[in-house]
Write a protein that binds this ligand. Structure first.
Ligand code: AR6
Length: 176
């Protein structure tokens, strides 16, 4: 990965609902009507207006993304993307995961977002192995950033230490 691209990628440990960035990304499901994990945390922190807007969107396909306002969150926008359920890696999971990142970044750029934060999409309930997800997501993001000035900065907000360590290793490997 080019040094200029690597300098636009940050890793933090924490709760994505607290981040004061232009957009946070939600690891949603195809209904867009909420769930557990980071999705539940985002809906709880944003308040019921977020669910009301999501009800108007007609769901979202796996690998796609849709954008809403952030309501009571410190962020302006929430980008809802639906990661693949991991079932061994032979069912197009990597392409779908890469597509989640590309489509989310495309929406962020379209909405003039300078700063965007992602959770580790698909790495919770959907069972994607962390190291592999980190590699795929960093590669897709680096490719997008090489072609686009916006977003200026992409942060992964990793909830626990194993996720943080996996991203740190993948980032170090990609920077070589
Ligand atoms: N901030 C940042 N990351 C978080 C937070 C948080 N507040 N809470 C959890 N994580 P998951 P998925 C991490 O299961 O695998 C939902 O029910 C978590 O530790 O939230 O894409 C949806 O409605 C993990 O590393 O999302 C879908 O049905 C990562 O976020 C389904 O889960 C993703 O875990 C989506 O599954």
């Amino acid at each position: 990965m080019d040094e200029r691209i690597a300098s636009r990628i940050k890793l933090v440990r924490g709760d994505i609902t607290t981040l004061n960035v232009d957009a946070i990304v939600n690891a949603a499901n195809t209904s867009l009507l909420g769930g557990g994990g980071v999705d539940g945390a985002i809906h709880r922190a944003a308040g019921p207006e977020l669910l009301a807007e999501c009800r108007t969107l007609g769901g979202c396909a796996t690998g796609s993304a849709k954008i809403t306002r952030g309501y009571r969150l410190p962020t302006d926008h929430v980008i809802h993307t639906v990661g693949p359920v991991y079932s061994g890696g032979g069912r197009g999971e990597a392409d779908l995961l890469a597509s989640c990142y590309r489509e989310s970044l495309r929406l962020a750029a379209e909405h003039q977002c300078k700063t965007v934060a992602f959770p580790a999409i698909s790495c919770g309930v959907y069972g994607y192995p962390l190291a592999e997800a980190a590699r795929v997501s960093l590669e897709a993001t680096a490719e997008f950033l090489a072609e686009s000035e916006l977003p200026r900065e992409v942060t992964w907000c990793l909830f626990d230490q194993p996720a943080y360590d996996a991203y740190q290793e993948a980032l170090a490997a990609a920077a070589d």
